[in-house]
Design a protein around this ligand. Structure first.
Ligand SMILES: Cc1cc2nc3c(=O)[nH]c(=O)nc-3n(C[C@H](O)[C@H](O)[C@H](O)COP(=O)(O)OP(=O)(O)OC[C@H]3O[C@@H](n4cnc5c(N)ncnc54)[C@H](O)[C@@H]3O)c2cc1C
Length: 415
């Protein structure tokens, strides 16, 4: 009998297991994948997510893999100009963009080193119930025999298509439609020091230094264009990069080393993440379009909050359901503003007037730009950052009153 069985061993499951094992719980962690292995995901870990790794004592191990730091500074090109700045988190050590083969394996090894029993290539086929309470899992290792394992709590860290969420019928709320599709690949020999993101008409794209000296190149289009893009990915990427000629030249000066990876998009939803004998963590409990690259950092923060709640409940210090309800409330309060922004950006519509005014107000105002970039990456609460009025409070002397100009020049955003 385990204290907890965790299904899914990537950004949510391995840390949740590790944190529980570090507190002395007997934990079984299973995944149908073997590690190291990849998954369909780009992998920007913003500085506030990297700070969580630091708290867990894992950032030195990540840096030792050779993946370079990012966001020192970052660049967010809005069309007429780029906003460049640093993000207030992780004590200036920046974020990282590690391949998931690297990061997920590091997290799994950290869980194992903390005493978690790990089973790779183990597929959970169903949950065991006693009445309406989950009491364990049923599954098999590759083509091996079906086995059963029991636990005080089964935690679904099994991602968007969570079997645990499905079998317990976890109530879903505030679902929004899939908005953007994404394609990405890896290039060598690209002249680039740090992360560059670009927003253009009906698309967003970027390039980021990643593991093994490669550069991740990614493009988002509206999801309705998925099949058309898939039929000619290179052509679409080339036409899109042409909207940023300097980046286009640098990417084409390098060489694509892998195939294009793509997805038609990701659903946006919240799920009630707990019930009798079960809990959900990471994408299994809350998912948003990847356009704001929050998923991995969210999974880390969620893992901490859910592990704290489970510890409170299993140790007898508090009521488990009440602690998990508080964790759900804290999650929702923290992510709500970013959920709204993410859904707005994923529509890939031209920026609304208030946002154009904000971009213009930010231009040439470094303190306000740093604050803005810290907000949209998730390091600081978004609050009222999305208003040009906020900028005035950062550096009144440099803000012009004419929101359509910057340094006297007319600024034209895509329509
Ligand atoms: C195109 C794309 C780009 C993205 N880009 C970024 C980005 O740049 N930055 C960022 O922070 N986030 C990004 N994300 C989001 C990020 O990938 C997810 O938020 C994150 O992986 C969630 O981690 P997780 O552990 O909750 O789930 P997952 O990473 O999905 O892991 C779930 C695990 O559960 C296992 N599993 C599932 N079912 C079973 C079963 N029945 N039995 C056993 N094991 C099972 C799977 O094998 C898998 O390993 C992106 C996502 C996509 C799709």
């Amino acid at each position: 009998m385990y204290d907890a069985i965790v299904v899914g061993a990537r950004c949510a499951g391995s840390p949740t297991s590790m944190l529980l094992a570090r507190r002395g719980y007997r934990v079984l962690l299973v995944d149908k994948a073997s590690f190291p292995s990849d998954t369909i995901s780009t992998h920007i870990l913003w500085p506030h997510g990297a700070a969580v790794l630091s708290r867990w004592g894992l950032s030195n191990a990540l840096e030792a893999t050779g993946v370079p730091p990012i966001c020192r500074p970052m660049s967010f090109d809005v069309g007429p100009f780029a906003l460049r700045g640093t993000i207030a988190a992780n004590e200036g050590r920046g974020g990282f963009c590690p391949r998931r083969t690297v990061l997920d394996n590091l997290l799994l090894q950290a869980a194992a080193a903390s005493g978690v029993e790990v089973r790779e290539a183990f597929t959970v086929d169903g949950l065991l119930f006693d009445g309406d309470t989950v009491v364990g899992i049923r599954g098999r290792h590759r083509a091996g025999p079906m086995v059963e394992d029991r636990a005080r709590l089964v935690i679904g860290a099994d991602g968007v298509h969570s079997l645990v969420a499905r079998q317990v019928r976890a109530p879903e709320y505030d679902r929004r439609p899939v908005a953007a599709c994404a394609f990405y690949s890896y290039f060598s020999d690209v002249a680039q020091d740090d992360i560059e993101l670009y927003v253009r008409e009906h698309c967003a794209f970027g390039a980021i230094p990643t593991s093994d000296g490669l550069h991740l190149v990614m493009v988002n289009w509206p999801t309705r264009e998925f099949s058309v893009v898939r039929a000619d990915i290179d052509g679409h990427v080339q036409r899109t990069l042409a909207m940023a000629p300097d980046l286009e030249a640098r990417v084409n000066g390098g060489r694509r080393e892998e195939k294009w990876y793509g997805t038609a998009g990701v659903p946006n939803y919240f799920r009630k993440p707990y019930g009798k004998g079960w809990a959900l963590v990471g994408d299994a409990g809350y998912c948003r379009d990847p356009i704001t690259a929050q998923g991995m950092s969210d999974a880390f923060i969620d893992a901490e909050q859910v592990a704290d709640a489970i510890d409170a409940g299993l140790s007898g210090r508090g009521d488990l359901e009440a602690a998990l309800a508080a964790a759900e409330a804290a999650r929702n309060e923290r992510v709500r503003p970013m959920y709204e922004l993410t859904n707005q950006l994923a529509a890939l519509e031209p920026p609304p007037t208030h946002m154009q005014e904000l971009f213009v107000a930010l231009h040439d105002n470094q303190a306000a730009t740093d604050a803005f970039l810290s907000g949209i990456t998730g390091a600081k609460p978004l609050g009222n950052l999305m208003s040009s009025n906020t900028v005035v409070s950062h550096q009144p002397s440099t803000i012009g009153s004419d929101s359509g100009t910057s340094n006297g020049a007319t600024v034209r955003f895509p329509r």
